[in-house]
Design a protein around this ligand. Structure first.
Ligand code: FES
Length: 357
């Protein structure tokens, strides 16, 4: 996406040499004592501003180090923070104009069970240095912008869609852009003032907020009577995304539907219905499975297996399946082969299971 300068490449070579002399910890561990965001290879960022104007959420302004290579509208980064001495990683989408700006915005909503999101909403403050990964994700605006665009989000799904809206406005996109957002109340909407300002400043942009409403075809008809000819970019609860997908399929335009895939679609019908014993290998701990993910059940049993994104993306959590069958809740795929590594954050037991923890 962005090419590395010659100077930076030369610096990397010098650092690689210095790194060998700084073994076993590498040069980063020494320099970060003086300059916490500096790293020869890792992406890190310093929080320079926090905005808690939307209750239950925080909007972080982050200044990344030189290893950050920018992002496309709709992408996310994996943010790491240390909480009580343990490093935790979660995915958050950028909410600002895409590109390689000096700073970018991340929107974080506190989820009731979300350790990291609740911690950030309560504790994030200017000066805090966080770990980041290069931006990733396939939920992006295509390079050749569709002529007609429909952006739809629900709750915290607003962040990647907001980046798309801001980026389209910033680049002077002239085609019709309709933004439909579902939330509980105006107070809960991240950056509501900015959205209203974009609506007023751009005649081709129409922003509609719906509170305590469920998706209906009438909403789309009211927002843009020609929505069937628009490319839809959707992020939010699974019910919202499935609903829009169904409408586009019924309209004979499924190829115009695009959604954020890293939001987990869980097999709700099976959660809690699958019985069996769940054993955690050498620990000797055995519990009656409650149908949740192996990671959730391990933590509920007092264990602390390594984990990161908890969405099947970062590959921090794979553990070996000793026996039994597990289902991947993202793909629905069943795995029964002993000795295979499974991502415990997105795997639920189906019957008796033993996992090597
Ligand atoms: S925690 Fe990231 S893949 Fe499981």
């Amino acid at each position: 996406m962005f090419t590395e300068s010659l100077g930076r490449r030369a610096l990397r070579r010098t650092i690689a040499v210095a790194d060998r002399f700084a073994a076993p910890h590498g040069i980063d561990r020494y320099v970060e004592q003086i300059a916490p965001t500096w790293s020869s290879t890792e992406v890190r960022g310093r929080i320079v501003d926090v905005d808690r104007s939307a209750p239950g959420s925080v909007l972080l302004t982050i200044e990344p180090n030189g290893n950050w290579t920018g992002f496309r509208a709709g992408q996310y980064t994996q943010l790491s923070v240390e909480i009580d001495g343990v490093r935790h990683t979660r995915c958050y989408s950028m909410a600002s104009v895409a590109g390689r700006e000096r700073r970018f915005l991340l929107g974080v909503k506190a989820h009731p069970q979300g350790l990291v999101s609740r911690w950030l909403v309560a504790n994030a403050s200017p000066g805090l240095v966080v770990g980041l990964t290069p931006a990733s994700g396939e939920f992006v605006l295509p390079d050749v912008r569709p002529e007609r665009i429909l952006l739809i989000s629900g709750g915290s799904g607003i962040t990647p869609v907001l980046s798309m809206l801001r980026s389209l406005c910033a680049e002077g996109h002239t085609g019709p852009v309709t933004f439909l957002h579902y939330n509980q109340s105006p107070e809960a909407v991240l950056c509501l003032d900015d959205i209203v300002a974009l609506d007023h400043a751009h005649p081709n942009v129409r922003c509609i907020m719906l509170f305590n409403e469920l998706l209906s075809e009438a909403h789309l008809d009211g927002a843009d009577p020609q929505w069937r000819a628009a490319d839809a970019f959707v992020c939010g609860p699974p019910g919202l995304m499935d609903g829009v997908r169904t409408l586009y399929e019924a309209a004979g335009a499924p190829e115009r539907f695009h959604n954020e895939a890293f939001t987990l679609t869980t097999f709700v019908g099976e959660a809690g219905n699958v019985t069996g014993a769940l054993r955690f290998g050498a620990t000797g701990i055995e519990v009656a499975s409650d149908g949740r993910t192996l990671l959730d059940q391990a933590e509920a049993a007092g264990l602390s297996p390594q984990s990161g994104c908890r969405m099947g993306i970062c590959h921090t959590c794979p553990r070996t399946l000793s026996c039994g069958t597990v289902r991947n809740i993202v793909t629905g795929e069943l795995t029964s082969d002993p000795g295979v590594d499974v991502r415990i954050c997105v795997s639920v037991p189906v019957g008796d299971v033993e996992i090597d923890l």
